[in-house]
Every structure is written in C-alpha cells, then in structure tokens.
Ligand binder design. Sequence first.
Ligand code: ZN
Ligand code: ZN
Length: 113
Amino acid sequence: MIDAPKPTNVTANRIMQVMSITWSDGHQSMYSFSLLRHACPCAECRGGHDKMGAEPDPGVFALPDEDSPTTHLSSIEGVGAYALTIGWEDGHHYGIYNWHYLRALCPCPECRS
Ligand SMILES: [Zn+2]
Ligand SMILES: [Zn+2]
C-alpha cells in the first residue's frame, strides 16, 4: 500500500478566509473557503450519490470567490483518521472531505498543472 500524504496541521484563518493544510510529505495547500464550499463533496451539493466521485469537479477551480454565509466557515471537525467535515454559517455541514479529496483539491500551480 502506498503511504498517501496525510495532513499534519490544519488551520483556518477567518480574516483571510483561507484554510491551510500542511501535509506529511511537506506540501502546503491553501484553500479559499469559497473553493471548499463550492467543492463540498456531499450528495446534495454534487447532485446525488451517483455523482459523488473521488475527485473534485474540475469546474470548481474556475468559480469566482464568493463572500456570503454559505462560504463562511463555522467549524472544522476531524472524522476518524481519514477526513474532515466542514460546517458553514448557513448551517450546511454534510461534506466529508477525505485526505485524498483535499489533496486533489489543492489549488496550487504545481498540483493544477
Ligand atoms: Zn454539501
Ligand atoms: Zn498543491
């Protein structure tokens, strides 16, 4: 089994509206809250269980940043040792972002190329 990178540190900056993850392989990811919300992996946001892929929809990277209660992060909680759930100010908290998904969602130029 490959040793997939895992987060060693997760922080959220509500002023900058950015969540950052430091990975076990040293990579650093910075996600705007807006990107995280647009990429919410729950069945409702992805339009049904059959569309819940393991990878983010590439379209989310092209969406403009939004500043509203839907993109204001209210909580981050660990789910076992494999994922995070993120809660939003509009009460939405159904997305389970596993490590693979979060790493695939890294918007840095290196990961996007
Ligand atoms: Zn959702
Ligand atoms: Zn990256």
